[in-house]
Design a protein around this ligand. Structure first.
Ligand SMILES: *Cc1c(COP(=O)(O)O)cnc(C)c1O
Length: 475
């Protein structure tokens, strides 16, 4: 906005004198509802900021009438300043990328049951650390572990903040001040800032790298084992794949070596698929059950990837190994809160009752056939105003994301959007500026919307965002 100084009659000094004091503004009629709503401190600060802003505008040459208007509307300016200042930085977005487990977008949306469980536990007190049978102090660690023991008979479990924390805890428990043997091919960086070597070293364990990036044989592990070996670690290189001339020891071979030398084998799975991915038409990836069946002492995975639950790191394995981790004081620092347990238990219940594919959004999205996504996209496109934007429904691929099944793609249909004379980047950023923001991807200078990751309930928000693009480009 430019403040033209058409009338230079009132001198700036004179205009500045027209500015009221903070106290004067505070006592205006329109301001007291703001004080009721936001509190005196925020309102006072916003008035001060607004007066500073008006002083700067006078310096830049604002004329008398404009200053009068600004002073008349000061209540609105103050309210909008406060709203900007207190708007939470975290909020919902529409994920139209087709990437189901999108770490930047908060990974797994929770099931209705998990959300209900959170509300139930959050709105009052709970038996988080109370044994209801004895009335004595109980351990919070029993909560989700009971259900996990049902899912994985004979195994015990422990929940911590996330998978990175679980890796750190397990290595600290078994290999602090000792060595952890890992293949060079698995010293990877997964997603944002999970660098296996860094986490390993912070656990107090010393890295003993074996093999080469593309080939690590069981003999390489065997040679590295010595007095100081605390654990054998296997990390699933879940977001990339080394292809071609490769070889790696099987988990079973590692387990045999571990048994022979009495060294625990820890497997970091990441994605935590409990259901075989083949069920969704995807290439087979080992499941958590496979990992445990091969005999590893500990298997680790995330709660908010393919499990479709809250952020959590799940350690599951032999009772001795889990017990040792639980006793580690570090477990106290990495523990989860009651909301996480509530959501996780509800999520696990869906698996126990064979309702996972129905209840859990991540699995529903994974299971949706391309024909269904196409039908939804076509029906959605029908309802759009097409005067300035062009839409077409095309074949494309969705991805699991989140370091799960690296190269697995799922056939899908996308809504491709173009607008004459406007770059895809501009359309993409205009969608991101919508309320709620819509996150889309770009291919060949077109914006692509994949409804696989957009729940039906979010379609109106998506439609509004597109209508605003239309409206903006018409004016
Ligand atoms: C995603 C992933 C992690 C990190 O999981 P967080 O729960 O985000 O800490 C660790 N290891 C593997 C193999 C992963 O895929």
């Amino acid at each position: 906005m430019t403040d033209s100084s058409a009338s230079s009659h009132p001198l700036p000094q004179e205009l500045l004198r027209r500015l009221p004091s903070v106290e004067r503004v505070l006592s205006r009629d329109g301001i007291s509802p703001l004080i009721d709503e936001f509190g005196r401190a925020l309102v006072t600060e916003a008035i001060r900021d607004e007066l500073t802003n008006l002083r700067a505008r006078v310096d830049r040459g604002i004329d008398g009438p404009r200053l009068e208007t600004a002073l008349r509307d000061i209540g609105e300016s103050v309210a909008s300043r406060i709203l900007t200042a207190i708007t939470p930085s975290l909020g919902p977005v529409v994920n139209a990328t087709g990437i189901i487990v999108h770490t930047n977008l908060g990974r797994a949306p929770l099931s209705d049951k998990a959300i209900e469980a959170i509300v139930r536990v959050a709105s009052g007190y709970s038996n988080l650390e109370l044994d209801l049978d004895t009335g004595k102090r109980g351990s919070r660690h029993r909560h989700a572990s009971q259900l996990l023991s049902r899912l994985f008979p004979g195994k015990d479990a422990l929940i911590v903040n996330n998978a990175a924390a679980a890796v750190m805890l397990s290595l600290n428990t078994f290999a602090a001040g000792r060595e952890v043997v890992i293949s060079r091919g698995e010293l990877v960086e997964i997603g944002g800032s999970f660098r296996v070597p860094d986490i390993l070293e912070r656990s107090g364990a010393k890295l003993r790298e074996v093999g080469t990036t593309n080939k690590t044989r069981i003999a390489d592990y065997r040679e590295a084992i010595g007095e100081r070996t605390g654990a054998l670690l296997r990390v699933h290189p879940s977001n990339f794949r080394i292809v071609g001339f490769t070889e790696s020891a099987s988990t079973r071979e590692l387990v045999e070596l571990g048994a022979e030398t009495s060294i625990p084998v820890i497997e970091d799975f990441g994605s935590g698929n409990l259901l075989p991915l083949a069920r969704f038409g995807l290439a087979a990836e080992p499941t958590v059950q496979d990992s445990l069946a091969s005999g590893v002492q500990l298997s680790i995975f995330s709660g908010d990837k393919l499990l479709g639950g809250p952020q959590a790191g799940i350690l599951i394995g032999d009772a001795d190994a889990i017990g040792a981790c639980r006793k580690n004081p570090m477990a106290r620092a990495l523990r989860v809160d009651k909301l996480t347990y509530a959501a996780l238990e509800a999520t696990l219940q869906s698996f126990l009752t064979d309702k996972a594919e129905r209840d859990i959004p991540v699995l529903r999205m994974l299971a949706a056939p391309a024909s269904e996504v196409r039908a939804r996209s076509e029906a959605f496109a029908e309802t759009l105003d097409k005067s300035t934007l062009q839409f077409s429904v095309e074949e494309s691929t969705s991805r699991i994301g989140g370091g799960a099944a690296a190269d697995a793609t799922i056939p899908t249909a996308v809504l491709a959007i173009t607008k004459n004379g406007v770059s895809a980047e501009s359309l993409q950023s205009a969608l991101r500026a919508s309320d709620p923001p819509v996150i889309a991807r770009i291919s060949e200078d077109r914006v692509l919307l994949d409804l696989r990751t957009v729940p039906v309930e979010s379609e109106p928000a998506l439609r509004r965002a597109l209508e605003n693009l239309e409206a903006r480009s018409k004016s």
